[in-house]
Design a protein around this ligand. Sequence first.
Ligand code: AMP
Length: 429
Amino acid sequence: MSFNSLGLSDALLKAISKKGYSTPSPIQQKAIPPILEGKDVLASAQTGTGKTAGFTLPILQLLSQGQHLSRRPIRALILTPTRELAAQILANIKEYSAFLDLRSTVIFGGVNQNPQVTQLRQGVDILVATPGRLIDLQNQGLISLAKVEILVLDEADRMLDMGFVRDIERIIKVLPSKRQNLMFSATFSKDIKKLAMGILHNPVHVEATPENTTVDAIIQKVYPVAKEKKTELIIKLITEGNWKQILVFTRTKQGANKLTESMISAGIKAAAIHGNKGQGARTKALAGFKDGSLTALVATDIAARGLDIPLLPHVVNFELPNIPEDYVHRIGRTGRAGASGEAISLFSPDETVFLRDIEKLVGLKLPVENIKGFEPDPNASKEPIKQGQGRQQRDSTPRKPKTDTTNRSSNNSFGPRRPSQNNDRRSNR
Ligand code: AMP
């Protein structure tokens, strides 16, 4: 199938070809036609499947065909959980709309609102936003959503996990009731389905990869290792393997900082990216990682959402995630858009329960390889280390005020999903 056959306009085809895409990805093939028909769409697609173009291209087409109003009210609103993802989506929109007369901008928290307000005053057709900043500006009377024709909820599962459900509900209340709704999510819990039912009307369901399965192009390996030897092992893997670009996941912000320091001491160019880092530091770290001046980016799950790093060769779980769905998100950072990649998990005995949960979710027994000299003590406890014990100390940093739009890993107030488990498990990232 070609992009031509999807019914996209010449201006969009020109932009797609400039981007170097030759064939639409499966999610694009499935999502673009019903969106162009004006239908609501519920899409199951993880990062790396080309989902952004899957909703952006048809939206651009619909808006460019629609009536041009001289004051340019916001006609498409795209909600995303993180700043990085919001910025990434805007960058894509700008590229795809290069040959169209459409204006777009992004708003998110953690930065001065004035430049964002100036942009909004000049009129924009498409707004990408994180929920908190959007509500902030709306409360100040600086934004009108009365003319929104299309609403996109991107990474809806993560928005729920980050506690944005009330914000989403508030935003929906101020939108016109007649509109097209598109929801993208990597995983489909009961909560997501419930949220979808409240927002979408007779949605067309599309799926890129089956729910909670991992991409075949990714080689997955588990290295059993004594907990205290993980740092030494990862440094050995990077230096001896001569790895050039590696994304490493830790469970906590302190864990990310500590590992980054050890890597730097070992001569590896590394930076940490997590919720306690300011926007400037996050942007700088990501840019350094993309341009190759940094070898390793050490991230927590929430901070890593929305990072678009094409063709990432290595992802390492320094610690296994305690939320099994996060494993799927993490390793989705490699093997992107058809390229192959390697996802390695350093697994210590106290993570036995996490590994079991992950294997249950993905329906695979992950291949195990032992590395001589790093094997854990066969008698080591398999009990998870509780928070407040051992190295995983609870974060003592004060919580950010409610108006900060990002990295709110707090209560998910939506429905009864895994009641205390998720909130406890996520409390430190
Ligand atoms: P996404 O899942 O939207 O984050 O996209 C993942 C990556 O795939 C991005 O780097 C896109 O630029 C790239 N991409 C999107 N669509 C295509 C396509 N049809 N062909 C090749 N690469 C694509």
